[in-house]
Design a protein around this ligand. Structure first.
Ligand code: MLT
Length: 208
């Protein structure tokens, strides 16, 4: 397995969480670092760059054309990313945008052990798992855009329903926006991640 190019910024012990930042098509490992800092100050930030190039633009998996994914490649890339992430200390929370949100969703479905929770900004159901994943105990925020020409609002609804069907606690937000993110939904994501982190700390200290 050749390694990922990635950014890794250690956080403070008190926060004790790692945000795995997964960029959109054409992005890189630096793109979402400011978002990560905003969502949970003090969290460790880990951001791998997608290894697939589409006309020179990094992505996490191949697509045949817009919205038609190469499912063999998606399966392979999901496992490759999951194996890479498994080397880092958790709990890991995915924060993905667009193509990054799609591979985060694929990781939840194919390798459910990797993420404790996920923020999926503009994602849809990327793949049907052969084995039903157990997502109970995991929390996911799905945020779609009502006018998104790439990920339809229905795509976000189906993703939320699919993840719920496997036991995840899913919050679905539909923004009055297209594929681009809004300041309002980033505030919502910040509140969501803050609550998620507090809940996780509480459960860990009760258990420990
Ligand atoms: C994808 O290919 O993952 C989605 O269509 C989003 C994108 O990257 O344009």
């Amino acid at each position: 397995m050749s390694d990922f190019v990635y950014s890794h910024i250690p956080g403070d012990e008190a926060t004790g969480l790692t945000l795995v930042l997964l960029h959109g098509t054409g992005g890189d490992e630096k793109d979402l670092l400011p978002l990560g800092r905003k969502l949970l100050p003090g969290a460790t930030l880990l951001s791998p760059r997608g290894k697939v190039l589409e006309d020179g633009m990094p992505r996490y998996f191949r697509r045949l054309r817009e919205n038609v994914f190469d499912l063999l490649d998606l399966r392979f890339r999901t496992n490759e990313l999951a194996d890479f992430l498994a080397r880092f200390e958790g709990p890991l929370i995915a924060v993905g945008y667009s193509n990054g949100a799609n591979i985060a969703a694929s990781t939840l479905l194919l390798r459910p052990e990797i993420f404790a929770g996920a923020v999926l900004l503009r994602a849809r159901v990327p793949i049907e798992p052969d084995v039903a994943p157990d997502l109970s105990g995991k929390s996911v925020l799905v945020s779609g855009g009502r006018r998104d020409p790439i990920i339809s609002p229905q795509g976000s609804v189906e993703l939320a329903q699919t993840l719920r069907g496997y036991g995840a606690d899913v919050t679905l937000n539909q923004e009055n926006a297209g594929h681009e993110l809004t300041a309002a939904e980033l505030e919502l994501a910040r509140d969501w991640v803050g609550k998620f982190a507090a809940g996780l700390r509480e459960r860990t200290s009760v258990a420990g």
